[in-house]
Design a protein around this ligand. Structure first.
Ligand code: ADP
Ligand code: MG
Length: 717
């Protein structure tokens, strides 16, 4: 059988059935190709040797030359361990084995020079190295192929079963021998030339066995570029196909509702950013394609009015619209503000949430189906099967991060039953009806580079400007022992007629403790701010929705001056007179959460403040988060820092996209390469959208192969 990259890994010299099973189950390596794409996590300099007296307690891998002077067995709870004394001219350490002791004892020689390699532990005033890799010095010199040794991803099971880094490295060598290191080129020559990229074969060789630092960086660049390039190709193609195949409801007119509102009832001048975004949305709605747009805008940037005016275009064209928000409080608030905007225009609008009564529901269902209800606002209750629209034209989702992809696709399916002409090669299921336009709004900005990879199927609009006259919130960090000063400040602000939020963390795992903290806090605040001079509201997750609402309303109406709350108020609450946000145990909040919370103040004309309270003991990451909050109000900058601290894995939406399965590139660290890859992918598709030209044959082939393996989040799921 001739070797191809699709050859099962079992056939590779040095693998065999047991190892093949392990490679499959632990690292998903099934074929030669999978193995060659197992890229090293990092490299260590194998020309560097440590002396025992130079070891530090940081547990990094080290390489030492020395001799074993003797073995001893040490009994322990379960079985025994084998310990060898290992010495060099500077000191003594221990080598330790918990398994395979008989074999080790028989095969290792005392008083011979060995190179050992592994992680060291510091225990009882001594360094030790469990399960070291050992090689006689003369063997070691013979085998060394590269001064930079690749360190591969591994798992506990693999190392327990003896598949050490050296074993992986060895079978990798065998792969290169069997294939003669020749691999088909996967990037078009024009791109390779312009970017001066090294060939695929050279890149693969140097990523595994770097000949020099320079070749290693060029290998990394080329492989990262390639990885991004094919993902971008896929995302852009998907978007093109989407636009050409998925017909949208053409909202051809901008009519009375929109114009009357714009000319007569618009309560303020729109910001330039709002105008620009509205224009982008209008263009989408008026085209023949279905809109699938993400609207990013920092807290307070005025997304609601954009959403409302988009709905007016829907109504002008005879369609119904809906707005879905993640929490009951937020839905109610949206409903209230939209209700006011609808009133002069005589638009019918209803609210549907988990607390809607059966008779309210019945009424809503009826009016939705007969078309007399024009706008429906609510929570995920909107997704229930019983909710059927006569002709839903536009679905808006606020605060996307709280909803999953599945919910988005459910809304998609709530479209009108009306049939429109659709191009022939569209899949059957999409023929049945035309989906509504979808606008997703998020207040947690995602850096553009990440958004491009995560939401490649969505077009993106950004409101990057706050309404005029907003004063940036002043943010400070205070330690718990300065609490009395903080309270004094709060009293002064309340005296001026302002209102204050005091927020406590709520983390699912420690809900009970958090609840206790909240109640303790509430008590001490009640003591500091006694009745009847001060009125305090409290809102937390354990309260009934109606009680929460009652307390929120009291605060909103100014009947209470202080709102003590858990993060239930994180999203969307709008009380312009509240000018101080105190966040307790601020180190326990994530950056985007802190930013969201801060966004609750600074909505009125007064100077607002955000006070981050913590103890003195802070981790490095917590310090960075707090410093970032104090330094900037810019949500995009904050999102960048957040991404650096947490990695893309924690950002919602990334789970469903390809960004987490990246083999070598990193959306944060390599965003410059991502930008280049996107540029070239676009450029090539502009000239050759079906990748039909001979020059792109290899691209098409690679693309198809990749698409088989990697299924990027599909917009209809
Ligand atoms: P978010 O983007 O956080 O959802 P909202 O839509 O709730 O922001 O708007 C925040 C506040 O700013 C609201 O009180 C809204 O009425 C007001 N607002 C929105 N746009 C403007 C504008 N162009 N000029 C003045 N105030 C505005
Ligand atoms: Mg909002």
């Amino acid at each position: 059988m001739s070797v191809t990259l699709q050859t099962p890994i079992d056939y590779l010299k040095g693998v065999g059935p047991n190892r093949a099973d392990l490679l499959r189950s632990e690292l998903s390596i099934h074929t030669y190709q999978d193995l060659i794409n197992l890229f090293p996590n990092r490299y260590i300099d194998r020309t560097k040797y440590y002396k025992i007296n130079e070891l530090q307690q940081n547990k990094a891998e080290v390489q030492i030359i020395g001799k074993i002077t003797g073995f001893r067995e040490v009994a322990q709870k379960r079985g025994k361990r084998l310990v060898a004394d290992f010495v060099d001219e500077t000191g003594t350490m221990e080598l330790v084995w918990f398994r395979g002791q008989k074999w080790i004892r028989e095969s290792l020689k005392t008083n011979q020079p060995y190179v050992i390699f592994g992680r060291t532990n510091w225990y009882n005033g001594r360094f030790s190295m469990p399960h070291p890799e050992l090689e006689l010095v003369k063997e070691h010199e013979k085998n060394l192929r590269s001064s930079m040794q690749a360190i591969y991803p591994s798992t506990e099971k693999l190392s327990n079963k003896g598949i050490s880094n050296r074993v992986i490295s060895k079978i990798m060598q065998n792969l290169f021998l069997e294939t003669k290191g020749q691999f088909a080129e996967t990037l078009p020559s024009s791109v390779k030339e312009e970017l001066k990229l090294i060939s695929k074969s050279e890149a693969l060789y140097n990523i595994h066995f770097p000949k020099s630092n320079d070749l290693l960086s060029r290998a990394q660049f080329r492989l990262k570029f390639e990885e991004f390039f094919y993902i971008q190709l896929q995302l852009i193609l998907k978007n093109l196909i989407h636009k050409s195949k998925i017909k949208g409801l053409p909202f051809s007119t901008v009519g009375d509702y929109f114009n009357t509102f714009y000319n007569t009832y618009l309560p303020f001048e729109l910001t330039n950013a709002q105008k620009r975004v509205l224009k982008e949305i209008r263009t989408d709605l008026g085209s023949n394609a279905q809109m699938n747009r993400l609207l990013q805008g920092d807290v307070g940037s005025g997304k609601t009015i954009v959403a409302f005016m988009s709905m007016l275009i829907g109504l002008d064209n005879g369609f119904q619209c809906c707005l879905m928000a993640p929490t009951e409080i937020l839905s109610v608030q949206h409903y209230n503000s939209l209700y006011e905007l609808c009133k002069p225009l005589e638009i019918s609008i209803s609210l549907l949430t988990g607390s809607s009564t059966t008779s309210e529901r019945r009424e809503i269902h009826k009016n939705l189906e007969n078309g007399s209800l024009q706008i429906l606002v609510g929570t995920h209750a909107l997704l229930e099967d019983a909710v059927k629209f006569k002709n839903l034209g536009l679905a808006i989702i606020d605060e996307q991060h709280r909803f999953g992809v599945a919910q988005r696709s459910k809304l998609w399916k709530k479209g009108s039953r009306q049939k429109l002409e659709i191009s022939d090669n569209t899949e059957k299921q999409k023929k049945a009806y035309t989906p509504p336009h979808i606008l997703v709004m998020t207040a947690t900005p995602i850096p553009r580079t990440l958004a491009m990879s995560v939401y490649g199927d969505l077009d993106i609009s950004v409101i990057d400007e706050l309404p005029a006259g907003r004063k940036p919130v002043k943010t400070v960090h205070r330690y718990d022992n300065n609490r009395l000063k903080v309270f004094r400040f709060l009293r002064d602000e309340i005296k001026k007629g302002r209102q204050v939020y005091i927020v406590y963390p709520l983390i699912q795992e420690s809900e009970k403790m958090d609840y206790k903290d909240l109640m303790d806090g509430y008590e001490s605040i009640s003591r500091e701010f006694p009745l009847p001079e001060y009125q305090i509201s409290i809102v937390h997750g354990k309260m009934k929705a109606a009680d929460k609402d009652y307390e929120m309303q009291r605060f909103a109406k100014g009947e209470t001056q202080i709102m003590v709350a858990t993060t239930v108020i994180e999203v969307g609450v709008n009380v312009p007179n509240a000018s101080v946000m105190v966040i307790e145990s601020a180190e326990r909040f994530g950056l985007s959460q802190l930013h969201q919370l801060r966004g609750r103040v600074g909505r009125g004309a007064e100077q607002s403040y955000c006070i981050l309270m913590t103890g003195h003991k802070l981790s490095q990451d917590s310090k960075t988060r707090l410093e970032t909050m104090v330094r900037t109000n810019d949500g995009f900058e904050i999102a960048e820092v957040d991404l650096r601290l947490r990695g893309p894995g924690d950002i919602m939406g990334t789970q469903q996209s390809g960004v987490l399965n990246l083999r070598i590139a990193d959306v944060v660290k390599d965003k410059a390469i991502l930008g280049k890859a996107r540029y070239y992918a676009k450029h090539i598709l502009n000239r050759d959208p079906s990748l039909a030209s001979p020059e792109h044959k290899m691209v098409l082939h690679t693309y198809r192969q990749m698409a088989k393996y990697r299924n990027i989040w599909n917009y209809i799921s």
